[in-house]
Design a protein around this ligand. Structure first.
Ligand SMILES: N[C@@H](CCC(=O)N[C@@H](CS)C(=O)NCC(=O)O)C(=O)O
Length: 225
């Protein structure tokens, strides 16, 4: 049995969705990052990096990095419907996209949501946020061009967890703007949003994103220190 440490305003739903897709037994333990529970001694004993999500494997290893958790579960449980297996020709494009989201989009999303951590002066927060957003939009523009040629999903006609991963961050950025600017991404988002298994997750992510945007407006100096 797995244990997933997650909670509201985190990327843990990405892992939870993979667990559900695979009908894998797990227990969800909620960490309230708004209350700083990810910095409590109890949680730091589990993940000294103080980051959520964390997946405890049946063997007792504590794993983190959301992309690694999704790939690990998909490989270990052979979830071929959402992840091309090791020798599948689509594996390259799949990994390239998943790692691009992890390495190039997620860090900018961190700046977008926590601009105060990347600016020396409070008056620069808005600029850090805007710059992070424009860098993500640049990445999405490249993705949009590729999807327009070979879509509607990242792997053409084949849905995979890469599509859900991308949609999750679009929901957390500014989905109306993104969907207006980028028609191929809008099509992908619409398709993912209409899948039975992803509807509740994306609808909840949209609600979380809206709630977080409101909190940032009220606390521009940082929702979480
Ligand atoms: N690279 C890590 C980053 C994890 C991460 O930043 N998680 C957020 C929640 S989505 C977090 O723990 N934030 C608390 C903080 O940064 O203080 C991953 O992708 O899993």
């Amino acid at each position: 049995m797995y244990i997933l440490y997650g909670g509201d305003f985190t990327r843990a739903p990405l892992v939870q969705w993979v667990l559900e897709e695979g009908k894998i037994d797990y227990e969800l333990r909620k960490i309230d990052i708004l209350k700083g529970e990810h910095r409590s001694a109890d949680f730091l004993a589990i993940n000294p990096a103080g980051l959520v999500p964390v997946l405890i494997t049946p063997e007792g290893d504590a794993l983190y990095e959301v992309a690694a958790l999704m790939l690990y579960l998909a490989d270990r449980h052979q979830l071929k419907d959402i992840s091309p297996p090791l020798t599948d020709p689509d594996r390259g494009l799949f990994l390239s996209t998943v790692l691009h989201i992890a390495g190039e989009i997620q860090p900018e999303m961190k700046r977008f949501h926590f601009p105060h951590r990347f600016s020396l002066r409070a008056e620069d927060n808005a600029g850090v946020r805007d710059l992070a957003k424009s860098l993500v939009l640049g990445r999405l523009s490249v993705m949009d061009t590729r999807l327009a040629k070979r879509g509607p999903y990242v792997l053409g006609t084949r849905f995979s967890l890469a599509d859900f991963y991308l949609s999750f961050w679009i929901a957390y950025l500014d989905r109306d703007y993104v969907c207006n600017e980028f028609p191929a991404i809008a099509k992908l988002y619409g398709l993912v949003r209409s899948r039975q298994s992803t509807i509740p997750y994306l609808a909840e992510t949209e609600r979380m994103a809206e709630a977080y945007a409101e909190m940032i407006k009220r606390k521009p100096g940082g929702v979480i220190a």
